[in-house]
Ligand binder design. Structure first.
Ligand code: AMP
Ligand code: GLY
Length: 441
């Protein structure tokens, strides 16, 4: 369990001798379930000593620094004050888009994640679409607009449904599927005039509505070489049967059985290689995790979006399958030497289901006591997200997505049974979760 020392800087914990004997210190930026899964995998490396979180959370077995993930100047200062931190892993989109990796690298520190210029594939949808158009990477037909009248004219001349997207980062909420012209106009006004997503809405992308099924493909990229992770599948809607509001993700499984080897080979040829090479030509080689959000229909595969990072909650299903040393992989990515590694994955099926606070993704209570965690069996793993320590030392809820339960097995049915058998043991007020993650596998 983590120490309960919330608001202290990293500097206070560092005892040089102890650290040098026990391995390199690592700072992980972010504080959700994805970051917990990264930390859990880094812990398996013999080369890793202590792990700090900026901010981390009380359940993820790190020393919490009290520094927020977007407080990038303080993060850089803390790394500067602690020479034993040999790697900073930048997991969330915001600090990447703010150039945290550039700032750390400029000071001579090792950081895992893309530069601001490379992360633009995520933080500007119009840039991502433009790259895809210029390098012939398959994606939905689109127009990009800074003028609402131009956007309205484009919508009026097209088919419905149509997809309206704010250009910038909007916590996954900046995508509206409009069934009618009136809905599309309304979305344009909310994004461009009312600035519902702030500056993220200075530009919009209007695109063709695609049908099919979605697959997430995460890849390690070292600028030039890449290595695929097992495919995965997210569940973005809050309720069973893909009903309800869009969330950050309510559960995931890996690998995606529908996505055959032929489809994967085609994706590598038409999408992964061209994107990695495009970024070299753009003068912004991509280093880190490049996430391809794909829409698949028959053997037609198109890019819905790029993310410049690990996905949440995909990571909580994918990383437990990794059989190689994540610390070594991250260093190889930084050094451009991914081709020297033989990265191994378990041939197992993995599932995770998120337990959320009632009301999420809208308003929800915080501070509810979480019970039953000690009853979770050894073959299931809990990854913590929105939790903190309560007055009595146990965990209380502190966010919308509170935790997820993950398990893996030789077949999906067994993994799924382990997850759901354990979920019912965990209790907090107004807890809800989807009962259908992996039910069709
Ligand atoms: P994005 O952030 O661009 O991936 O969009 C979020 C979600 O909106 C995707 O995971 C899809 O479910 C949906 N979506 C985005 N673009 C399209 C599209 N062109 N056609 C159909 N659905 C889409
Ligand atoms: N699971 C989707 C994302 O991380 O953006």
């Amino acid at each position: 369990m983590s120490e309960n020392n919330n608001v202290k800087t990293v500097a206070r914990y560092v005892n040089l001798r102890e650290v040098s004997e026990s391995g390199d210190d690592v700072l992980v930026v972010g504080g959700g379930g994805r970051e917990h899964a990264i930390v859990a995998k880094l812990r398996q490396s013999k080369r890793v000593g202590r792990i700090f979180g900026a901010p981390g959370n009380a359940g993820m077995d790190v020393t919490e620094t009290g520094i927020g993930a977007t407080d990038i100047d303080r993060i850089v200062e803390n790394v500067a004050e602690n020479p034993n931190i040999r790697l900073t892993v930048v997991a969330p989109d915001d600090p990447l888009s703010m150039g945290l990796v550039d700032k750390l690298t400029a000071r001579g520190f090792r950081a895992f994640g893309p530069t601001k210029a490379a992360a633009k594939l995520e933080w500007s949808k119009s840039y991502a679409k433009d790259v895809m158009r210029r390098y012939g990477i398959p994606t939905a037909a689109y127009g990009a607009f800074t003028d609402i009248d131009d956007a309205r004219a484009f919508v009026s001349g097209g088919k419905f449904p149509v997809v309206v997207k704010a250009d910038g980062l909007a916590l996954g909420k900046g995508v509206i599927i409009a069934q009618t012209k009136a809905e599309a106009f309304n979305a344009l006004e909310e994004i461009m005039l009312d600035k519902k997503f702030g500056a993220a809405g200075n530009e919009v992308v209007v695109e063709e509505f695609l049908t099919g099924y979605e697959v997430s493909l995460l890849t390690f990229v070292d600028g030039k070489h890449f290595s695929l992770m097992p495919t995965s599948c997210d569940h973005k809607r809050a309720l069973d049967g893909d009903k309800g509001l869009n969330t950050g993700g309510m559960g995931a499984y890996s690998p995606c059985p529908l996505f055959t080897k032929d489809l994967l080979d085609k994706t590598v040829k038409t999408i992964v290689e061209p994107t990695v090479n495009a970024m070299i030509k753009e003068g912004a080689p991509f280093k880190g995790v490049l996430y391809f959000g794909l829409m698949v229909s028959g053997d037609d595969i198109k890019v819905l979006e790029y993310n410049a990072r690990f996905g949440d909650p995909e990571t909580q299903s994918v990383l437990p399958l990794l059989d190689s040393d994540l610390y070594e992989i991250m260093n190889a990515v930084i050094d451009g030497k991914l081709d020297a590694l033989d990265i191994k994955w378990k041939n197992k099926k993995s599932i995770n289901v998120v337990l959320a606070s009632g009301g999420y993704p809208l308003g929800y209570k915080k501070g509810c006591e979480i019970s039953g965690l000690n009853d979770v069996s050894d073959d299931a793993k809990v990854y913590f997200a929105g939790v903190k320590r309560g007055d009595n030392g146990g965990f209380v809820t502190n966010g919308g997505r509170v935790l997820c339960v993950q398990a893996m097995a030789d077949d999906f049915a067994s993994a799924r049974k382990t997850v759901y058998d354990n979920i019912v043991k965990i209790k907090f007020d107004d807890c809800f979760y989807r009962k259908d993650i992996g039910s069709k596998l």
